[in-house]
Design a protein around this ligand. Structure first.
Ligand SMILES: [Mn+2]
Length: 423
């Protein structure tokens, strides 16, 4: 389904008076409000194709009606989110779950709906029906060269699909590792992974980037070949200047200081991609901002500082939501995630950087804390709403989604039992 602009305007008109009043109050308090609205209005986050259906756990999966069962329908769902939020103009595809059988046709559909193709994601963490060798004991790190060759060939194929669609980057996340001490030689696994990545890197078009994602544990519980940002950074450095580290919020051990990692990577221009989600225990894939919104704000503080002070030329990171939804309507969940990301971003933009620097140089710890918390405690809902409104989006996207009865429309179109590909 497609949402008409007039429908959004109608819904906005009922909220406009209150909204404008809030905006006036806020602009009295913050001199750089226009600038902040502008940054948020121009901000977009890619939606992964696998977040549009019900996510499964290893115990079960509870479907939603009207899930997108084709790539075209996934793009349509992202267009719904983008029409309401004006902040989700890209899809991140996963191969082989989303093989584009007709790349030109898919590209045209996406273009018509205003959706671009963000990073491509390869998959060597599952065996596919038609593949010759199993990834049970790893892919790019495997002891058997035939398995490594197969995994390299898959990644090259993913790049080729991406080229056909106009994508500009490949994200590699490996499940490779071991479950038992002694199972795998760490150094051999690392060197095999590096030489496999070198072959993939050699296949990258010159205007592409390669993002290397890391994760400390799961699915392997004793060791993961690319366990942390340091390992990812070493691999990226060995590959060349088109390779970067990708930070996924859920891929850290509890209490890791992720904002510190972000700052360190940006100091060297090595933060290429960013995956948003939230967690309480591990890689929980909960909606962004539901557990640790202050941490997300502190991360955005480093991102903002890193983008404003950038001698190492860190590229603007590729932003993507990487979460899985097993209770909420996936589209509502993604809208809420976008709001949480933009909330943290807007609050970070409110930080008085000059005052913070002065407090830091004077070692005035209490003032530094107060400057951060003043920004964090500011209500930025109106900033987000104004950014959306200026782009033709909804002042209140969740309210609009419900008033427009989107889920029931999708069920009517696609049926109760349609199911999205993915985990
Ligand atoms: Mn991820």
């Amino acid at each position: 389904m497609q949402i008409k602009n007039t429908a959004i305007n109608d819904l906005n008109s009922g909220l406009l008076l209150d909204h404008e009043e809030n905006l006036k109050l806020l602009s009295k308090k913050h001199q750089n409000l226009e600038q902040i609205i502008d940054v948020i209005a121009n901000y977009n986050i890619a939606i992964p194709s696998w977040a549009l259906g019900a996510g499964g756990t290893r115990f079960g999966k509870f479907g939603f009606g009207g899930e997108p069962s084709t790539l075209e329908q996934k793009i349509e769902d992202i267009a719904v989110i983008n029409t309401l939020t004006k902040s989700a103009n890209a899809i991140s595809l996963h191969i082989p779950w989303d093989i584009p059988k007709d790349p030109e046709g898919i590209k045209a559909t996406a273009e018509k709906l205003g959706i671009q193709f963000d990073a491509m994601n390869s998959n060597t963490f599952q065996d596919q029906e038609d593949q010759e060798y199993s990834y049970k004991f790893g892919s790019l790190c495997h002891t058997d060269k035939s398995v490594r060759d197969q995994a390299v060939a898959h990644n090259k194929e993913v790049i080729d699909y991406g080229v056909a669609l106009g994508s500009k980057s490949l994200t590699v996340w490996l499940a490779d590792g071991s479950n038992f001490p002694g199972q795998l030689n760490f150094r051999r696994a690392f060197e095999n992974t590096l030489s496999s990545l070198k072959e993939i890197y050699a296949h990258l078009p010159s205007d592409w980037k390669l993002f290397i994602e890391y994760k400390p544990y799961e699915p392997n519980f004793y060791s993961m070949v690319i366990q942390d940002w340091g390992t990812s950074h070493m691999l990226a450095k060995d590959l060349g200047e088109q390779a970067y580290t990708l930070v996924d919020l859920g891929h850290h051990l509890p209490n890791t200081n992720i904002e510190h990692i972000v700052a360190t990577l940006m100091t060297r221009g090595m933060l290429g991609g960013f995956h948003f989600n939230d967690s309480k225990y591990g890689d929980d894939d909960l909606s962004v901002g539901v557990i640790k919104p202050y941490q997300l704000f502190l991360i955005f503080n480093e991102l903002v500082f890193g983008m404003q002070n950038n001698p190492a030329n860190n590229p603007i990171p590729a932003w993507m939501i990487d979460a899985s939804h097993n209770l909420k309507d996936p589209l509502e969940d993604l809208i809420q995630s976008i709001e949480a990301i933009e909330t943290a971003y807007a609050k970070a933009l409110l930080i008085d950087q000059k005052a913070l620097e002065s407090a830091q140089l004077k070692n005035d710890v209490a003032s530094a804390q107060r400057i951060l918390q003043d920004a964090f405690n500011t209500d930025v809902k109106t900033i987000l709403a104004e950014a959306r409104r200026r782009n033709g989006g909804a002042i209140d996207p969740i309210l609009a989604y419900r008033k427009l009865d989107v889920r029931n429309q999708l069920i009517k179109e696609r049926g109760m039992n349609s199911s999205a590909t993915g985990l």
